[in-house]
Design a binder for this molecule. Structure first.
Ligand code: FES
Length: 106
């Protein structure tokens, strides 16, 4: 049985801690089970819930991918499975920016 992610709709302020981390390429934060990453200047938001058994994945800045600590499932920057047991991609959310506000929806 896989684990699936829910719907979200929230905003964060890039001028406020801890979201200031997102102003730098490689920065990542988690809110509402969504992992938001600055990937080379582009914002990406994916569910942090591994589709295998629901552990929280972590962003790996050096390889620009996501690794699950439980059984080594690995996902690319778009949430697609690279290897390991996950049966499905991570859910991807849309990110829109208005000034210092990012809105994450999906
Ligand atoms: S829960 Fe993530 S690989 Fe098993």
């Amino acid at each position: 049985m896989g684990t699936s992610a829910g719907s979200v709709n929230f905003s964060i302020d890039l001028n406020q801690s801890p979201y200031t981390a997102l102003n730098s390429p490689g920065g990542a934060v988690i809110k509402n089970n969504v992992i938001i990453v600055n990937s080379g200047g582009r914002f990406v938001a994916l569910s942090d819930i591994c589709t295998h058994q629901g552990c929280s994945v972590a962003y790996n800045k050096s390889s620009n991918d996501f690794v699950c600590p439980c059984h080594g499932g690995t996902y690319d920057i778009n949430g697609n499975v690279l290897y390991g047991p996950p049966p499905a991609p991570l859910k991807k959310y849309t990110v829109t920016q208005s000034g210092s506000t990012l809105t994450i929806k999906g």
